[in-house]
Ligand binder design. Structure first.
Ligand code: WTA
Length: 654
């Protein structure tokens, strides 16, 4: 595993300004003390952090790993998380503070105070109860980025129903698979959503999915676009009709700390979606702790995270983390370039945003669009910037620092995963000297190491497997309905001293100063525009087309999206390798999975390189897609002649 050259040569250091340090929650000395406290007694440390939440029965126990890798945190505690996010703010000065400042893509806006958000959540929760939805049921949420999405998530948590949010860009097939896997009995959706001026037919997609999901008894529909939709009598209800009947009071159901708050589906290496299960108390403790210290969050802040609530970043750092702290959250419905390429900067200017959290892929797009867009808006309210989702290349880091932060704002490059629930490795903005491209150091209470395949520790600057050696509160608890898959996927690869440890799937190295540099996934999962997409999912979509015999999908580095998707496709006989076929297949993938998985390039080939046991050698394909030839080890290749033919494969890329 070689490191990336441009990253290695990056030596510049960026300490936080004195001004920032003097006002921040934690300076270098404070961080040292926190680290010492956490390493001396991790259990006591996290128990103390659990007090950031409101508990109906406060926990007395921290970690229980007697059934490792099935662990629990705070298992004798009971809480309802919405009391931490909403109720407790109502008796403070935050009562009529803006909780949510929302901007629609077409330019409409809504502001909900804590008082109003609490009332809306209670009404929605009461409506769910009235329909017979109860604690422990699974509820799928498939909505655009509108306030009702946040309300829906919190309404589920209010009654102890486990929510599963499906990203609004997914197709009906993806919805169907997730509903079936989760065994969901209700779906909360909208008629449609806006995306770059177009309307996404959400309700229609749900209708298609539900043809195969008889277990779903209720569909609740928010009117967003007002387009024509069909309503299935008895099953479908309009959100407005249901909540109108409710008065705004609904008891918060106390659940045990380990109660599954949500399931979030993520890509695995097989085609079957993987339902990552998060707990309530442990997850929320981790998210509360990281939101407070990583974002140095204060009551005066206006916080804008550009993620979608359909991804983990939106769950943890749009909904739960900021609301636990009574922050003001800016939420934007649409695309960053709708209707113009300065939309984010306009929003920052308009609302005086102080903290801005986005993805490297977005930053690379901003760079390509040019400096004039941020320059024509006032960004002087910003004091802190963040990134998440993939390694940020130093050039993008420096552009962000200069053109958005005006050299004044620390940047927190936060490394974490759907499975970790919250941030694991990140600078603490008033305490850490940053290096562009490095996510710096593990947070206090988090034990991250780089090891060889045999579990021995890597030396400084040596690339290896990134593992977490001690359970942490935000750790996923299992894979929904498949505990064995959980054990195999995360604890099946690497052992340290004979004990399985959590393998992140990432390659990384610590440099001489103990700073972490993440090198990306070691397996085949694609990371397109910050989103993980399993090769197998795209491949099974392609192979599902009647013209296709076989397909293998790899990522090729792409300046803009992180990775571009290259699909090597073998056609069934009688079908021709034409550009028309290539576009047909691309559209087919979009239909099956969603636009995010559209192959950038289709290469037709007569055969794929395979090992003797029949496994496709994606590594060779990656090399061919990137450099035009296979340069690595080919000794396990079954048929050498395949390589020759592949290098001259017929591509649709101009
Ligand atoms: C990658 C997103 C480098 C990494 C929260 C990880 C990163 C995967 C960073 C998880 C970062 C995320 N630097 N790489 N700051 N943040 N990654 O599940 O490969 O969508 O394993 O969670 O994204 O992606 P996921």
């Amino acid at each position: 595993m070689k490191t990336i050259d441009s990253v290695q040569s990056e030596k510049r250091l960026f300490p936080p300004s004195e001004r920032f340090v003097s006002q921040s929650l934690l300076d270098a000395e404070g961080l040292r003390a926190l680290r010492e406290e956490a390493s001396a007694d991790p259990d006591g440390f996290w128990l103390k952090q659990s007090q950031l939440l409101h508990w109906q029965t406060p926990p007395t126990e921290g970690l229980d790993q007697s059934q490792h890798p099935f662990v629990t945190w705070f298992k004798d505690g009971e809480l309802n998380l919405t009391e931490s996010c909403l109720d407790r703010h109502l008796s403070t000065a935050r009562r009529n503070k803006a909780a949510l400042i929302w901007e629609g893509e077409p330019g409409d806006q809504r502001v909900l105070t804590y008082f109003e958000l609490h009332r809306e959540v209670c009404r929605a929760a009461a409506a769910l109860l009235r329909l017979g939805i109860k604690t422990g049921d699974r509820v799928v949420i498939y909505m655009p980025m509108i306030p009702e999405l946040v309300i829906a998530v919190l309404a589920c948590a209010r009654i102890g129903a486990t929510h599963s949010v499906i990203f609004g860009g997914f197709s009906s097939e993806a919805i169907r698979d997730r509903i079936s896997d989760a065994g969901a009995t209700a779906v909360l959706t909208a008629d449609g959503g806006y995306r770059r001026g177009k309307v996404v037919p959400l309700k229609h997609n749900v209708d298609e999915a539900l043809k195969h999901c008889p277990e779903v008894r209720h569909v609740i529909v928010v009117s967003r676009t007002g387009q024509d939709i069909s309503m299935h009598p008895g099953r479908d209800h309009f959100w407005a009709d249901l909540v109108r009947a409710e008065h705004g009071l609904c008891d918060a159901v106390a659940v045990p700390s380990e109660h599954p708050l949500f399931i979030l589906y993520t890509s695995g290496t097989t085609g079957k979606p993987k339902g990552v299960v998060h707990s309530t108390g442990g997850y929320a403790t981790h998210v509360a702790f990281t939101t407070k210290y990583v974002f140095d969050l204060r009551d005066e802040d206006t916080y804008f995270c550009t993620a979608d609530v359909g991804w983990i970043t939106g769950h943890s750092y749009i909904v739960y983390g900021p609301l636990i702290h009574g922050a003001t959250v800016v939420m934007y419905e649409g695309a960053p370039d709708a209707p113009h390429k300065g939309r984010f900067w306009e929003i920052i200017d308009k609302w005086g945003v102080t903290i801005f959290y986005t993805a490297p892929t977005a930053i690379r797009a901003f760079m390509r669009w040019g400096d004039s867009h941020p320059r024509s808006h006032r960004l002087s309210s910003l004091r802190l910037l963040g990134t998440v989702g993939e390694p940020i290349n130093p050039a993008a880091w420096l552009w962000y620092h200069e053109h958005i932060g005006h050299g004044r704002c620390p940047i927190v490059d936060t490394w974490w995963q759907t499975e970790t629930g919250g941030i694991m490795v990140s600078p603490l903005p008033g305490a850490t000297v940053t290096k562009p491209g490095s996510c710096t150091q593990p947070l206090p209470g988090i034990a991250v190491e780089t090891v060889h395949k045999d579990g021995s520790r890597c030396g400084r600057s040596e690339g290896g497997y990134l593992v977490v050696t001690r359970p942490w509160p935000g750790q996923l608890r299992t894979v929904w309905g498949d505990p064995e898959r959980y054990r195999k996927t995360y604890f099946g690869d690497i052992q340290i001293d004979g004990r399985p440890v959590y393998f992140t799937g990432d390659g990384a190295r610590f440099d001489e100063d103990g700073y972490l540099w993440v090198m990306g996934r070691v397996d085949d999962v694609l990371n397109v525009a910050g989103h993980r997409i399993g090769t197998a999912e795209v491949e099974s979509a392609l192979v599902g087309h009647p013209h296709v015999a076989e397909a293998a999908v790899v990522g090729r580095p792409d300046d803009l999206k992180g990775q571009a998707i290259v699909a090597f496709v073998t056609l069934r006989s009688g079908h021709s390798q034409t550009p028309e076929t290539a576009s047909l297949l691309k559209e087919h993938v979009v239909h099956d999975i969603g636009a995010i998985a559209r192959p950038d390039e289709i290469r037709f080939t007569e055969a794929l390189p395979k090992t003797r046991s029949g496994k496709i050698m994606r590594r060779l394909l990656r090399e061919i897609a990137t450099t035009g030839k296979a340069v690595g080890d080919v000794t396990t290749l079954e048929d050498m002649a395949v390589l020759q033919r592949l290098s001259s494969a017929n591509s649709d890329e101009e």
